[in-house]
Design a protein around this ligand. Structure first.
Ligand code: KIV
Length: 280
């Protein structure tokens, strides 16, 4: 795929950057410039999203449900995610690639987190993401101290769904102070950005105002510095009722099904392949 040498970034007129770095995202916050992050797990979407000007791609542990067919993110492993990170890294030029550390690969302590993060960085990631606020501060410190940029993830953290009692909005009433304390702990430990998942809009707005690093919302209202969505949700590839915080910008499932049916019909009717698809 052909890329222009430089792109307007992060969407602002007159600003160009060859490779998005974590500092560009922090500078965007300082300018009040919002940006969009998407998940990506493969070569084609990575190249397309990069070309579309998405400044950060997350190779999420949501690959568990969206690539591997698992029921929850708890089941996906480092070995399953590493090749996806490598594929995304090989297919992009400008976007910042964030690799999600899967459940069980960093909770034991800073040494385990460092060992896992190094594997993802060697696979081509530019940063890693891990779930947890205050309880993960030591891990974040160890990684940033070793030169590995860290994106935090607080609020509803899917890897802890069994402790959190299922998919529940975080930050209501007395819980607001807990979520805010997690946000500050993550920033103080050196994270360059933090995902706020299913946090009340008012708490997310307050955190965004107070934190020096960008907040990236998913189900956290409109006041965060950035937004993230799973691409199969956003593009309508995943069928069924999407979560409330998802907006579908396309209906890829119908497009793909239409193409597949047309192909099968033409094969059945003897219309494909036509003369021009063969060799003399
Ligand atoms: O893995 C993932 O897709 C995520 C996003 C929901 C932030 O962690």
């Amino acid at each position: 795929m052909e890329f222009p040498d430089e792109i307007p970034s992060l969407y602002g007129p007159g600003k160009t950057v060859k490779r998005v770095r974590t500092r560009h995202l922090v500078e965007a916050k300082e300018r009040g410039e919002k940006w969009a992050m998407l998940t990506s797990y493969d070569q084609y979407t990575a190249a397309l999203f990069d070309e579309a000007g998405i400044p950060a791609l997350l190779v999420g542990d949501s690959a568990a449900n969206n690539v591997y067919g698992y029921e929850t993110t708890l089941q996906v492993s480092v070995e399953e995610l590493l090749p996806l990170v490598a594929a995304v890294a090989r297919s992009t030029r400008r976007t910042l690639i964030v690799a999600d550390l899967p459940f069980g690969s960093y909770e034991a302590g800073p040494a385990q987190a460092l060992e896992t993060a190094v594997r993802f960085m060697k696979a081509g990631a530019h940063a890693v993401k891990l779930e947890g606020g205050r309880r993960m501060a030591e891990q974040i410190r160890a990684l940033t101290g070793a030169g590995i940029p860290v994106m935090g993830h607080i609020g509803f953290t899917p890897q802890s769904e069994h402790t959190l009692g299922g998919y529940r909005v975080q930050g209501r009433d007395a819980q607001a102070a807990e979520v805010e304390a997690d946000a500050h702990a993550v920033a103080d430990a050196g994270a360059f950005a933090v995902v706020l998942e299913m946090v009340t809009s008012s708490v997310a707005a307050e955190i965004t105002k107070r934190l020096p690093i960008p907040t990236i919302g998913i189900g956290a209202g409109s006041e965060t510095d950035a937004q993230v969505l799973v691409w199969q949700d956003m593009a309508g590839l995943r069928q069924g009722k999407p979560p409330r915080f998802v907006k579908r910008y396309a209906d890829l499932a119908s497009v793909l099904q239409g193409a597949v049916k047309a192909y099968a019909d033409e094969v059945r009717a003897g219309e494909f392949p036509a003369k021009e698809h063969g060799f003399e």
